[in-house]
Design a protein around this ligand. Structure first.
Ligand SMILES: NC(=O)c1ccc[n+]([C@@H]2O[C@H](COP(=O)([O-])OP(=O)(O)OC[C@H]3O[C@@H](n4cnc5c(N)ncnc54)[C@H](O)[C@@H]3O)[C@@H](O)[C@H]2O)c1
Length: 350
């Protein structure tokens, strides 16, 4: 049931277009909320705060055309909430290697059930716009470098929670596009590649906030494997802009788009940059992969081909990963004394 932290959704929504952003108190969600609000949209964020937090919405709460509903998306009365002109940006999901491995069943359920619920309500309402957050994980072990939307997908299905994440994201894509075809609902599938920026949390296994925290606390920076594996990092501000552009475009319905930054860097290079930028004396330690990231299943290279979104929507990322990392360092440095105190308290307890 809703709690007293809900800002009531206006009774007078009428035919004014509202953008519902599920997972709106999360990392990508809160930046997306801010972006749509700055563009003058009426926004309702829905989040159960399982990994997100209200602090992420500090800026949003200052806007009169913003409302927040603290609720599990599976418990929302979508039929009662939605109007036929509304847009739903569906970002809520179980995310992060550590989180998704806690329970394959919860991950699978949480990531695919709401998709069908929301689309069913849209079908009954006879309209609306649906944007679905998928993931580059669906490319799995594809040997192709520079993944394109039409690539053959080759995913692991035996990795417990990690597979549950990948397969549920893929199933979400299929079901969303099937609804689009069967019921003429404008659906857009967005395959996000690694995204970084402020408000991203370290505890669920996200590499950049982990490295930054380790460097600021003078702990060893822990690189798995030999560090030559690569990733491409897109700034969350760029990503929010892409989501906005896709939502505003009539060309994007019924299609899949890669959203990411094609510049590739190695994880070792990232660790060195974080160390240099923080002025840290942390050593960089090369460690064996933990079981949930076993070496033969960790993706060696990850790089999006963004030709489709560039040519059809005119979007391309503008923020360099080094700038994003600097922003994260600035944010984390602010709370470093608190992190340090927590670390001491933990030692004391042990
Ligand atoms: N961060 C990345 O690099 C990345 C990459 C690929 C895809 N994605 C996708 O982007 C989306 C957002 O991810 P994020 O990185 O911001 O993670 P996040 O954990 O910060 O955001 C997810 C949000 O959803 C909320 N949530 C989860 N289950 C919910 C439920 N049943 N009901 C209501 N709220 C719920 C959480 O509390 C959280 O605020 C996810 O769908 C994720 O799969 C993220």
């Amino acid at each position: 049931m809703p709690t007293n932290r809900i800002t009531p959704v206006s009774q007078a929504l009428g035919d004014v277009h509202t953008v519902f952003i599920t997972g709106g108190a999360g990392f990508i969600g809160s930046h997306t909320v801010d972006f749509f609000l700055r563009k003058g949209r009426r926004v309702v964020a829905i989040d159960d705060l399982s990994t997100g937090c209200l602090d992420n919405l500090d800026e949003a709460f200052a806007f009169p055309n913003f409302s927040f509903i603290e609720e599990n998306v599976s418990n929302v009365d979508w039929l009662g909430l939605l109007d036929r002109h509304d847009t739903v940006v569906h970002l809520a999901a179980s995310v992060g290697v550590k989180k998704v491995c806690e329970s394959a069943l919860v991950t699978a359920h949480n990531n695919h059930v709401p998709v069908e619920m929301i689309l069913n309500a849209m079908r009954e309402k006879g309209g609306g716009r649906f944007l679905y957050a998928s993931s580059s994980e669906v490319y799995g072990d594809s040997p192709l470098i520079g993944s394109s939307e039409s690539d053959f997908l080759q995913v692991h299905t035996h990795l417990g929670g990690r597979s549950a994440y990948t397969v549920s994201k893929l199933y979400g894509e299929l079901i969303a596009l099937a609804y689009a075809e069967a019921h003429q609902i404008p659906v857009t599938v967005m395959r996000f590649f690694n995204t970084i920026g402020t408000r991203q949390r370290s505890e669920y296994g996200m590499v950049v906030p982990i490295f930054v925290q380790q460097a600021l606390l003078s702990e060893p920076i822990t690189v798995y494997g030999d560090g030559t594996q690569t990733r491409s990092f897109c700034d969350v501000g760029d990503l929010a802009g892409a989501i906005f552009s896709l939502s505003a475009s009539s060309h994007s319905a019924g299609k899949i788009y890669n959203l990411g930054n094609p510049e590739e860097i190695s994880i070792y290079e990232l660790a060195q940059f974080v160390k240099a930028e923080t002025g840290s004396n942390s050593p960089i330690h090369l460690l064996q992969f933990p079981p949930e990231r076993a070496d033969d299943t960790d993706i060696r290279r990850r790089k999006p081909n963004i030709a489709r979104i560039e040519s059809e929507i005119g979007w391309r990322p503008r923020i360099h990963w080094k700038q994003s990392v600097r922003n994260i360092i600035r944010e984390t440095a602010y709370i470093a004394p608190v992190l340090q105190a927590e670390k001491h308290a933990q030692r004391f307890h042990h």
